[in-house]
Design a protein around this ligand. Structure first.
Ligand code: BGP
Length: 479
């Protein structure tokens, strides 16, 4: 096959999120985010997400987000390293409770805004574009407690007040915006995705889809606002993607895979097409869901679709209608069946580079909007050699094959704006709270219990990725 060519202005870069790297969890007036009350997996992170009230009443030994890798105080050094790799774009998020400590405050916290003034100016100094997630798992904790997070419609107003401040302030330095990280997270882990506690409600599906409706309306209104503030701004949605395959050619398996894919595409169907998909009628009926809408909601959704579709891709998924087939493995956001054709990471996430090409083709066929791959990567244990060097060939191998398939998808005709692999610098894992699960090109000396010097050093993948960027992706087609 011909060597695919990446577009000349393709945005190579890397991604992080405030709650997983900044630390400084109470510095300069920041309020608590819901992530700040979560311990690591060993001490019940998952259970805390399921029962947030009990979690808040518990004192854990260690909270990974409180210090994280202290990006808050190391950002200059880190951005310099990103620039050395040749990043054309840097994806990060703004911490909502850094700007509005309780979520419902009327005035923003100037010290919080100042931090992002400085961070973004530092990136601009090196000519990097910015891709900013407005809400990446860190809804202010106070909103979870006062109104059950996004289950309450008034959170739309709080969110838009926050959007108004940051969109205005950063319009000239941040061109690309994502309204919510992995918006389908709300369906699977509602505390994480939207500060919604469903542990004591009669019909969790009702509460979740109502909260989802609020996020969808908020996303559309944020898109509208962005355009009013500056018509140059580009706003995207963000999905935890990964095509779900059928386990066999049995039509019942194929049907089930279609349904599971729809469960995720539902979100982008609304955000990219502007209306609830026809299949949602039956879904809502089956789960006794009645979405409460305000008169203008449908118009808002229809008139304010996204400019591009962004997504995270770590793996494909597999499903079977046969209850006997139950070999589950871990995966991003939700577990899936074990695919016998695929290897898996140490955390059980299956590795499927071709699945990226498939996912890109499906998304592009479905929406005909430019794609942006804003997360992809391998979470692995890195063991430094005696001299401190880290030979992460496994990570290079993972990225190499995914970049190859991304190139092939572009060759297939898919329009793709850029690629920002996840955790370009080691940071706290969202799912497990560990440091041990590393994604970075840059190693950070810090362990699962918060010990370490926080010293940064380059892994072998650092120079490799630098070469990929320098050759506009051609380095992965050299063999
Ligand atoms: C996605 C999140 C990220 C990131 C990534 C890897 O769901 O958007 O925040 O953490 O997954 O997951 P983990 O950190 O659990 O390995």
């Amino acid at each position: 096959m011909n060597t695919p060519k990446f577009p000349e202005n393709f945005l190579w870069g890397g991604a992080v999120a405030a709650n997983q790297c900044e630390g400084a969890y109470l510095t300069d007036g920041k309020g608590l985010s819901l992530v700040d009350m979560l311990p690591d997996a060993k001490h019940g992170r998952f259970e805390a997400m399921m029962a947030p009230k009990q979690a808040q009443a518990t004192t854990y030994d260690f909270y990974p987000s409180h210090e994280s890798i202290d990006f808050y105080h190391h950002y200059k050094e880190d951005v310099k390293l990103f620039a050395e790799m040749g990043f054309k774009v840097f994806r990060t998020s703004i911490s909502w409770p850094r700007i509005f400590p309780n979520g419902d405050d009327m005035e923003p916290n100037e010290a919080g805004l100042k931090f992002y003034d400085d961070l973004f100016a530092e990136c601009a100094k090196y000519g990097m574009e910015l891709l900013v997630t407005i809400n990446h798992f860190d809804t202010p904790l106070a909103l979870l407690n006062t109104c059950n997070g996004w289950a309450d419609r008034q959170v739309i107003d709080h969110y838009l007040r926050y959007c108004d401040v940051i969109l205005r302030r950063y319009q000239h330095v941040v061109k690309y915006w994502l309204t919510f990280n992995e918006i389908n997270m709300l369906l699977h882990l509602p505390v994480f995705g939207g500060g919604v506690d469903v542990s004591n409600v009669e019909n969790p599906m009702q509460v979740k889809y109502q909260a989802i409706h609020h996020q969808l309306v908020a996303s559309a209104l944020a898109t509208k606002l962005a355009k009013e503030i500056n018509s140059e701004l580009q706003v995207g949605c963000m999905l935890a993607a990964g095509e779900t395959y059928a386990n066999t050619a049995n039509p019942v398996d194929v049907w089930q895979s279609l349904e599971q894919n729809r469960e995720n595409y539902f979100f982008v169907d609304v955000q990219a097409r502007g209306y609830y998909p026809s299949y949602s009628k039956r879904l809502f009926k089956e789960h006794q869901i009645v979405i409460e809408m305000e008169a203008n909601d449908e118009v808002i959704l229809r008139e304010n679709t996204v400019d591009f579709v962004s997504f995270s891709y770590y793996s494909s998924r597999l499903t079977s209608a046969d209850p006997e087939v139950s070999k589950q493995t871990e995966g991003n956001v939700f577990a899936t069946l074990k695919n016998p054709y695929l290897e898996a990471s140490e955390w059980g996430w299956q590795i499927d580079p071709l699945g990226l090409r498939i996912t890109m083709n499906v998304l592009y066929d479905r929406y005909q909007k430019p794609l942006f791959i804003v997360e992809n990567g391998l979470g692995a244990v890195d063991t430094p050699n005696e001299d401190g060097t880290i030979e992460d060939d496994y990570r290079i191998d993972y990225l190499y094959h995914h970049i190859q398939e991304m190139g092939r998808a572009i060759e297939d005709g898919v329009e793709c704006i850029g690629y920002t692999p996840w955790g370009c610098i080691d940071l706290v894992s969202a799912g497990t709270g560990e440091m041990k699960k590393r994604y970075g090109f840059i190693y950070v000396d810090r362990d699962n219990d918060g010990n370490g010097t926080n010293k940064r050093s380059k892994k072998k993948s650092f120079d490799w990725y630098k070469q990929v960027i320098a050759t506009n992706g051609q380095a992965v087609y050299g063999d």
